[in-house]
Design a binder for this molecule. Structure first.
Ligand code: FES
Length: 106
């Protein structure tokens, strides 16, 4: 298990024990984190699972692949640390990861 924290737009923190191999989006849905819609179910086709990776974690999480980058064009208020949470796979090195949910999705 890897501990990750999702911070809702109102500041509520959701500390989650996430299974390695699952995605950050799946953990958000499972824990009813408000603001993550994930309409396409994780297919990188909707951009409604947009999150901001905490600055301290941006390098470890890494940059989006080309397909995700294209999809991010449809997200609301994209920033340098924007990622689609369905494309972030939980792994040991992300233990302690913090991501922030934007004000709204696309
Ligand atoms: S759930 Fe649709 S792009 Fe992530």
């Amino acid at each position: 298990m890897t501990k990750i924290t999702l911070v809702a737009f109102d500041g509520t923190r959701f500390d989650v024990d996430a299974e390695n191999g699952s995605t950050v989006m799946e953990n958000a849905i499972r824990n009813s984190v408000p603001g993550i819609e994930a309409e396409c179910g994780g297919a990188c086709a909707c951009a409604t699972c947009h999150v901001y990776v905490d600055d301290a974690w941006a390098e470890t999480v890494g940059a989006p692949e080309a397909m995700e980058e294209d999809m991010l064009d449809f997200a609301f208020d994209v920033r340098p640390t924007s990622r689609l949470s369905c494309q972030i796979k939980v792994r040991d090195e992300l233990d302690g990861l913090v991501v922030h949910v934007p004000e709204r999705q696309a």
